[in-house]
Write a protein of this length. Structure first.
Length: 306
């Protein structure tokens, strides 16, 4: 956890960002986690995954836009993505993840909500589901409240809860009452002790407790983790409680534990791959680096070889 905080802090420094984004050395590592820069290629990756039996959630990378123009550009890009998915062969298997800060949450709840409703309306006739990713804790209440406001009009939406936050048990009850779909993750942001558990064991314990609640009471929940020990414990729980395998899905990130993704699919579970693409990959990439020290060791070795 200390290591994770250090990497997240270091990666927010602009000289570090400049060094990583300008250097071609990092490209192979970036392409492990990111499908590509453009929609055509990323859609073909998504379609291949769908043909092989996976669900996919496409994420156009980008967050924290500072102007209305940028938010409007993101909106137009997402409209195009929805049309392309909706007219494609796999619209029942490919859905969308989006960050509300990409739609202008920093410019005001009203701006983001107007844009979000617009996208949900656009996606509805195709039957495409759109999930609002969960960002740093300063946005948690605003994201949960946004879903509560739009859900009655647009049941094709849901959001994400993070087991590292103290507040998540309450949010879980709120969203279970609402009846929206929930993705459970451990949480990827640098959070202070005032809002989040800092030790891995507690975050993991909370994850298991909350995942069990979701499996028993949630509406088609998404159990999003690569943690083999947790997956194994939850598989026992699913078996003991006779939870139907098509009543929930596992979710994992593109490029991480493909072996596990394939195993779960072969065992007859539903598995969705979160597939990010686009040029604004830096914040996503630094969160992935921070999750696993080995990723950084790999990069350091590559740099030393040059
Ligand atoms: C589908 C999906 C959607 C997500 N959406 C959000 C979101 O909206 N908001 C949010 O805050 N977080 C989100 N996350 C990220 C999440 O919060 C965690 O940071 C991330 O999943 C790592 O936690 P873990 O559960 O895999 O457990 P960990 O204990 O971190 O990892 C377990 C094992 O998984 C493998 N692993 C994990 N991460 C990596 C990596 N980067 N590189 C290589 N191997 C790795 C390793 O083998 C590791 O031992 C999402 C994750 C997934 C899978």
């Amino acid at each position: 956890m200390i290591f994770r905080s250090l990497i997240l802090k270091a990666s927010s420094l602009s000289p570090v960002k400049k060094a990583i984004t300008k250097s071609s050395l990092f490209r192979p590592m970036v392409s492990r986690f990111v499908a590509g820069d453009d929609l055509d290629h990323s859609l073909s990756v998504a379609e291949d995954l769908a043909t092989n039996g996976f669900g996919v959630s496409l994420d156009l990378l980008g967050e924290n836009v500072a102007t209305l123009e940028e938010a409007t550009r993101a909106l137009a890009s997402y409209e195009e993505i929805i049309d392309r998915i909706g007219k494609g062969r796999h619209k029942d298997k490919i859905n969308i993840s989006i960050k509300l800060t990409a739609l202008g949450l920093d410019l005001g709840d009203d701006v983001a909500e107007r844009h979000y409703r617009h996208l949900l309306r656009h996606a509805q006739p195709y039957g495409i589901f759109i999930r609002a990713d969960m960002e740093a804790s300063e946005y948690t209440e605003r994201t949960v409240a946004m879903i509560e406001r739009v859900f009655a009009d647009f049941p094709n939406t849901g959001t994400v809860l993070q087991s590292y936050l103290y507040r998540t048990d309450d949010d879980l009850e709120r969203l279970l009452r609402l009846g929206s779909r929930i993705r459970l993750v451990k949480g990827a942001y640098l959070e202070p002790e005032t809002v989040a558990y800092r030790d891995k064991a507690t975050v993991d314990d909370m994850y298991v407790t909350e995942a069990k609640k979701l499996l028993l009471r949630g509406k088609y929940p998404a159990i999003a983790t690569h943690d083999e020990a947790i997956i194994s414990e939850l598989k026992d729980f699913i078996e003991e409680n006779k939870i139907p395998r098509d009543s929930f899905e596992w979710q994992m990130l593109f490029g991480i534990r493909r072996d596990l993704q394939n195993d779960l699919l072969e065992e007859g579970f539903k598995v969705r791959v979160y597939l990010p693409f686009g040029e604004a990959w830096y914040p996503y990439f630094s969160r992935r680096l921070a999750e696993r020290p080995a990723n950084l060791v790999f990069i350091t070795k590559s740099l030393l070889k040059k």
